[in-house]
Design a protein around this ligand. Structure first.
Ligand SMILES: NC(=O)c1ccc[n+]([C@@H]2O[C@H](COP(=O)([O-])OP(=O)(O)OC[C@H]3O[C@@H](n4cnc5c(N)ncnc54)[C@H](OP(=O)(O)O)[C@@H]3O)[C@@H](O)[C@H]2O)c1
Length: 333
């Protein structure tokens, strides 16, 4: 049996890094070794599968003996560690935005891979989409493959945990409510209020914010060769964990009914048991929840849906671990 890879996890102490460790444990992912990287290990350790694993200093020099580097840190370290991994011949899986739009780096969601499997990457580097893209893509890509896609309109309501551990802690302590705004990391909504953008407002003269433009660009990569008209609004919600979204699509071929849609969606997509699941209902779950379908036989090419998914689990950690499992299975036992 393939004993699995030696995996290094960069950003292991972050929100996504911690969730990855939970998913690795839950799924029993085969691993020959696990290295937990931190910029400040300071003698810390973490229990994993009954063993105390020390955090070790993150960096290119720690790559020796690793098969895969899974990066869950910011884009700057994603970029430098991606280059270091390529030079060392170590497979690199990135959750940051560093490589998502780089043409030589495939942008992949394991749930959507077809018979041909994982796209080849000469640099042995693969990027995962933004957690805001993951949920809608699980519906949009199968729809585009089966019916063709002319137009889509997406409005996201994104959780504060999408901004990382520091922002989540500041939100929990009410920092965003205090009069001195500098105390709060940028982009934090006030508790009980919405922010009408994510990550930053649109620059002067631009219709879309940087987050909205990157969501659109990633969707375009995942949907190719389909090239629909895409409109995106990204809003930050005063929710700790779990993204929600409304989605309208116009297909090229008519949809038979919403049952037909069920048949083409990946296993990770579930029709919600409750009539309208909030993001909190999706928190901690591996599935994308769908609800409130709007489809009318008189307009069979138009479909509206409500989506809810856990940004940390379904949107990031689970696809990352599944990608590690696929890469690990290709290593010699
Ligand atoms: N939060 C989400 O929902 C989500 C979903 C999908 C993708 N992502 C992406 O995943 C990455 C991690 O997000 P997160 O929410 O987990 O952030 P986070 O909670 O802030 O954690 C990031 C971790 O990265 C490490 N780090 C920070 N600066 C670093 C540097 N210069 N070099 C190496 N490591 C560094 C830090 O650990 P040490 O200080 O211990 O090194 C920190 O624990 C980001 O790129 C984010 O955009 C986030």
């Amino acid at each position: 049996m393939n004993p699995g890879p030696v995996l290094a996890l960069a950003g292991a102490r972050g929100l996504v890094g911690e969730e990855i460790l939970k998913v690795l444990e839950e799924r029993g992912t085969p691993l020959r070794g696990l290295r937990l990287w931190s910029r400040q290990p300071q003698g810390r350790r973490r229990l994993f599968r009954g063993e105390e694993i020390p955090y070790t200093r993150a960096g290119a020099e720690a790559l020796a003996g690793c098969d895969i580097l899974l990066h869950a840190g910011p884009a700057a370290s994603g970029h430098s560690l991606g280059l270091a991994a390529e030079a060392a011949g170590v497979a690199f899986v990135d959750l940051s935005e560093a490589w998502r739009l780089e043409p030589r780096t495939p942008l992949v969601l394991p749930e959507l891979l077809q018979a041909a499997g994982l796209p080849d990457s000469p640099a042995r580097r693969w990027a995962l989409p933004n957690c805001t893209v993951t949920g809608p893509a699980l519906v949009l890509v199968p729809l585009a493959r089966r019916y063709g896609l002319q137009r889509l309109s997406l409005t996201t309501l994104q959780a504060v945990s999408g901004l990382g551990r520091r922002a989540l802690a500041a939100f929990a302590t009410g920092a965003a409510e205090r009069p001195v705004r500098e105390e709060a990391p940028p982009g934090l909504p006030r508790p009980g209020d919405l922010l009408p953008w994510c990550g930053g407002a649109p620059e002067a003269g631009r219709r879309a914010s940087p987050e909205e433009r990157s969501v659109e660009a990633e969707l375009r990569r995942l949907l190719a060769p389909a090239a629909p008209h895409i409109e995106v609004f990204c809003l930050r919600a005063p929710v700790r964990r779990g993204h929600g979204a409304t989605l309208w699509v116009e297909t090229e071929a008519p949809l038979e009914d919403t049952e037909a849609l069920r048949a083409i969606l990946p296993a990770a997509v579930h029709w919600a048991a409750s009539p309208a699941p909030g993001p909190g209902e999706a928190a901690g779950r591996p599935e994308l929840l769908l609800a409130r379908p709007r489809w009318d036989p008189a307009e069979p090419r138009r479909l509206g849906l409500w989506l809810a998914w856990d940004n940390l689990h379904c949107g990031a950690a689970l696809p990352a671990v599944r990608l590690v499992e696929i890469l690990g299975a290709t290593l010699r036992g």
